[in-house]
Design a binder for this molecule. Sequence first.
Ligand SMILES: Nc1nc2c(ncn2[C@@H]2O[C@@H]3COP(=O)(O)O[C@H]4[C@@H](O)[C@H](n5cnc6c(=O)[nH]c(N)nc65)O[C@@H]4COP(=O)(O)O[C@H]3[C@H]2O)c(=O)[nH]1
Length: 837
Amino acid sequence: MRRIWLQQLLIALIYGISSFISWKLSSGQHLFSLHAGIGVAALLLAGPRSILPLALVSWILPVLQGYPLQGVLALSLLNIVQPLLVQALLPKFALGGELRVKDSMRLLFAGPLVGAFFAASCGVVIESVFFPASTTLLFFDWISWWLGDALFILIVVPFCFGLQHQRAMIWPNRLAELLLVVAITGLGALLLSEFNGHKELLFLLFPLIIWSALRFGHVGNGVLGIVVALLAACSQFGNIWLGGVLSTLLLLSVVVTGVVLAASNQEDFVAAKGTRLAAQVFGSASQGILITDANARIVAVNAAFCRITGFEPKDAIGHISRMFKQQGQLDINRKMLDELNTYGQWQGEMEDKRKCGEVYPAWLSISAVRDEQGRMTNYVGVFSDYTHRKSAEQRLYYLANHDPLTGLYNRMALQEKLNHAVLSADDKPFAVLFIDLDRFKTINDTLGHEVGDALLVTVAQRLQTVVSEYDVLARIGGDEFTILLEDAESLEQVSLVAEDLRQALIQPCVINGQELFVSCSIGVSVYPCDGKTPAALLKNADVAMYRAKETGKNNVQFFAANMNEMAFEHLMMENGLRHALERQQFCLHYQPKIDLASGRLSGLESLIRWNHPSLGLVPPVSFIPLAEESGLIVAIGEWVLFEACRQMCVWLKAGLDIPHVAVNLSPRQFQKENLVQQVKEALVQSGLPASRLELEITESMIMQDPKRAVQTLNELKLMGVMLAIDDFGTGYSSLSNLKHFPIDSLKIDRSFVEGLPEDSDNAAITEAIIAMARKLRLTVVGEGVETAQQMLFLRKSGCHSVQGYLYSRALSADDLVAYLAHEGLVKLNPSNKEPVF
Ligand SMILES: Nc1nc2c(ncn2[C@@H]2O[C@@H]3COP(=O)(O)O[C@H]4[C@@H](O)[C@H](n5cnc6c(=O)[nH]c(N)nc65)O[C@@H]4COP(=O)(O)O[C@H]3[C@H]2O)c(=O)[nH]1
């Protein structure tokens, strides 16, 4: 608010002084009208706020000098209307900061032609009405008024504009030069007044105003104009009316020249500044820029263009730009030209070639430049080297779609490929293979994750050797692989590929110098008969793979509709298993172990059976994995332990001298903290001596956490319980490891016994196991003995006991007693009174 008052006061002061000077110097001729220029400039620069001080000053001053009130009021009104009229006809250049040639022309029209003409015309009428004494020659009054106002509007308005926006042109470097021009002009004007009769010498002002306009812009012009007008007004020649009018006319033309020249110079300066800036941007841009003519011939390139492409400007200028003649990308080019014609812009990726011949991806944006008639004159291409971004994008895409361990496609990528296959199949069949490694968990648990990972990598490489580059091979989970065979021509061919895959995996894998044997179960589903959606195809291939597992692993199964029924059965079984314990549907069968030296019974193995109400007697392979998965195995295992101890006690009390009964422990059971406690309770509750109980564990159970396993086994051993390693030879623990564990016996896995004695590998392995076990003073039991040759081979090799169908299958408690009695395999303990058969 205070600022506004100060501003108004300043305007009033300047306007008052200028009015006083004008009145003093005009000597009634109105030729010196500094106040008219100040009035217009004040309104243009300060806005309507300046009206009040202008009105007050133009009214108060004449009143103080004793002029009649109405006349003064009319004149002061005229003093306000004139600037308002000029302002209304002008663009808002005074606030915009740029007084272009166009603007100065408007100023000429609004100021001298309209504003001054109007003021002079109205002014002389007011004067003749209110001050008839002061009006002598009406026409000369009118013309001197008009010229005076016109001259000072043209001097003061650009000068004020220059002060506001172009001070830097003078200050401080050119101040001395400006003073020199002013001095020369002043001197010249003074001399001129000496040669009163030679008004033509006023033309000498032109070179001075040109100098001033070009060097100091509107400020210089204003200073020069005011100095000359002041001197002219002070000198004699300004007092001669005809001489005064002519001199003012000449001065006016000098000032008009100066204003237009300064505006034009300013325009050039702004344009040059813009061009300089554009050139700087062009030269220092980090993106490559090339400009072509309408025929795509390069006319300019920037430094970044040279840096990215390796071409010098002289190599490129004059040649047709590559962005318009991309080989092999005609479609893009056509689209690009269409877009440029329609929208004036195109952007996209293209392949460019550097001077060295290297092809690189570039991100290019082209703009079409048209002239005022709309004709295409140039194209401007801005491009950047896309190599790093592209490779980062490719890397991201790769990571999102590939399994980091094996480098195969991952589940997401498979899903996408399956979607695509289904969409583009058009009822042409294709196959989905679901591959799951057999016993991978054992390897992982026994030998550690590093070995497991290395094995997965080897498996992936093997699978890759079988499939073609057009097939999609993915790893979708731990040991689960999926293959999409889109080009298979028949089921036979799918079958052959699946068989090749299976064969490729059964070859031993050497990891860290250790030979590992893996196999796989493969399920196959075929589009469209086994599923019309990716989800259905995957699910059914998975179901078929489970079927392959159920049918002994290491085989290929094609999906069949009834497999879903089996899967349903599987589900039913899982539900039934939850209630089997409370419904007392489990029972134990016992398989005898025969001592090869004496031919007598060396022990029993208890094997669980599930008496399912609708499925009948279900073997453990059908539900133990389920129970293991669901955690039910812990409760089931506990029941087996208590039941085996109870039954064994019954037999012992009945006088049957059975050396011991073996119970299988599951991995989960073995990991339980309370296992030792539980065994103790089973023995105490049944009254069975600990030495009559044998616990069978597997190698993988021990190798998972060997430290803890040793501790648990030691505690069991301390109790007097016997310990056996089951399925020996399949779990990758080395024989030498065994000496760290307090075990009593080893059971050679059935898979080694199977081919004996013909299979030389199995024979060698079996002999080695027996020899080593004997050295470690362990009892060796051969499992799954079905033939006399197998038995003889084992006996010859030093195996202590055998177990298998050659002697007996696992039998119910009653059947077992009958069998033992029939075969005379067991002595009746004479101390026992109770008859058992
Ligand atoms: N082909 C053939 N097979 C023979 C021969 N002699 C014995 N077998 C079978 O081989 C399996 C031996 O048991 P395992 O290796 O401990 O393998 C067992 C054991 O790992 C598991 N299992 C059985 N009962 C229990 C249990 O109470 N608890 C736990 N945790 N697992 C159990 O189920 C597996 C399978 O048990 P079963 O089906 O009873 O199958 C038994 C047995 O019936 C033979 O000459 N030829």
